[in-house]
Design a protein around this ligand. Sequence first.
Ligand SMILES: [Zn+2]
Length: 175
Amino acid sequence: MSTIMSHAVVPLAAAVAMGPGRISPKVAIAGAALAMLPDGDVLGFRFGIDYAADWGHRGATHSLVFAGLVTAALALVWREARSTLAALFLYLSAASHGLFDMLTDGGLGVALYWPFETTRHFAVFTPIRVSPIGANFFSARGWETMLSELRWVWLPALVIAQAGWFARRIRQSPG
Ligand SMILES: [Zn+2]
């Protein structure tokens, strides 16, 4: 994507769908943070790191390996991140960032398989308008980005969260 808030929505919706009995609110928030973390790489622009470089935007920090490393690092310092389910949730949260960026229609692709290869990838289907870097969200372009993210991220996330919540309610209700 995408706008950073949209990345956070993905794990939050999954956590709501699964329920607090499986994914605690704390783990859910950690997942949202991990889903936003990869775009910290835009700081590299300030230090003269090129977009296309390994550590440039959408480079190493957007890879599946990096997602594994940050999940492992978090598990080292935080006991709650060590259960299999929490670790899996956190890993998928971190990995979802690169996968969603691959659905955007612009910029450079994602170095999903770093460090094994540095090729930048896009998904076959790229429905999400890429958000302009250093974005002016109030421009026409920013508006278009918001609309495409609402349609392709927020709406499905809301549906999934609600479906999971509803399924749990039905199971819990007596009779
Ligand atoms: Zn990104």
